[in-house]
Design a binder for this molecule. Structure first.
Ligand code: AHG
Ligand code: MN
Ligand code: MN
Length: 341
């Protein structure tokens, strides 16, 4: 007789991202609850972007727009849509005073005159957008700062030109085989998977710790001849088994997806200086800082080649930086190789 087929019953005891934040806030008396309201703006934006990404081949949103962004890069239609979604959903929150996006030339002041406007939110609305036409993972980053003391609302650049160690929370969403939001408010790194059936982000990865080491390095090797010597020595060392294992490589070309794998599986993600981008390609405020915040709060390390990303004092809002983030074992070996240079 054949065995009965067991239906897989979904768990009734799910924890949504909102519940998780409220539970965390309860542990810290004095928390105002504003943060959960901010996060709900981010989750709604993420769901709207995810819906557009999932239908990307079916509507007319694939392909390049006729504009270029503030870095002179061609914008994809989805870059523009994702940016509008983020600006709108965060802009209607009264506690937000300033928004800064990779896609806008200057920071945007919202809620003029409101004393309740306490936060600046910085974001890359769609990371890896050159991958969108070919069904490869893309993402969204976010980084949240408090308004610095003695800074007026109209001094928007001062709200956003803060070192990454001042972030009160940061994270990203990866639109991959499933949609996952990872965030930290300084008390652990937590991951939530969007359940499309109920439209909610459900706790799926509690208290993520980056493994001590991994088996992959993730870098655009086509530029390797132009990396500074220390990086080339490091990569050769990994290939030769200096750390006691042979490495393999994975490179998607979407930073968030490449980093997300590194966070869960260990290893290292690198975007070093190159001939074309001597100061690195990735943007400090929208890309490097949120990734570094997550990496460090998960027990990993993130540097710019000379020091910690989170200690950098930004001087301009679209500043670029080299970014290397990963597990302690690979990162410490890289730091040795760079010192020996
Ligand atoms: P964006 O789509 O926001 O402009 O970012 C693209 C970035 C990043 O996601 C990725 O790590 C990097 O560009 C890839 O650059 P290369 O093609 O030079 O490797
Ligand atoms: Mn990006
Ligand atoms: Mn982008």
């Amino acid at each position: 007789m054949s065995k009965p087929i067991h239906a897989v019953t979904p768990s009734a005891k799910v924890i949504t991202i909102q519940q998780h934040i409220l539970l965390q806030e309860k542990k810290f008396p004095g928390a105002s609850g504003e943060f959960s309201w901010l996060l709900s703006g981010l989750t709604l934006a993420a769901k709207m972007i995810e819906a557009a990404v999932r239908r990307a081949g079916l509507n007319s949103i694939l392909g390049q727009a006729e504009s270029s962004n503030t870095h002179g890069e061609v914008q994809q239609k989805l870059d523009i849509y994702a940016n509008e979604v983020m600006l709108h959903n965060l802009g209607v929150r009264e506690s937000v005073g300033v928004l800064a996006s990779e896609e806008n030339e200057t920071p945007i002041i919202v809620h003029n005159e409101s004393n309740n406007a306490k936060y600046a939110i910085l974001f890359d609305p769609l990371d890896g957008s050159s991958n969108i036409d070919v069904n490869v993972s893309v993402g969204t980053t976010f980084s949240i700062y408090r308004r610095p003391v003695d800074v007026e609302l109209n001094e928007a650049s001062k709200w956003v030109l803060q070192p990454g160690d001042q972030q009160v929370a940061a994270g990203y969403v990866v639109y991959g085989s499933s949609t996952v939001m990872v965030y930290s408010a300084g008390r652990g790194v937590h991951g939530f998977t969007l359940d499309p059936a109920i439209g909610a982000f459900i706790l799926s990865h509690e208290d993520i710790r980056m493994p001590e080491h991994g088996i992959y390095y993730s870098v655009n090797e086509a530029y390797a001849d132009t990396f500074p010597e220390g990086y080339r020595k490091f990569l050769a060392g990994l290939r030769q088994g200096v750390l006691g294992r042979k490495y393999s490589s994975r490179y998607i070309g979407s930073m968030i997806a490449d980093f997300h794998r590194t966070l869960l599986k260990g290893g290292i993600f690198l975007y070093p200086p190159t001939d074309d981008h001597p100061n690195g390609k990735l943007r400090l405020l929208y890309e490097a800082n949120p990734i570094a915040f997550i990496a460090e709060h998960a027990g990993g390390i993130a540097i710019n080649g000379t020091g910690p990303i989170l200690k950098m004092h930004p001087t301009s809002i679209h500043q670029r930086t080299p970014l290397i983030a990963g597990s302690p074992s690979e990162m410490n070996y890289l730091i040795e190789c760079l010192k020996a240079e």
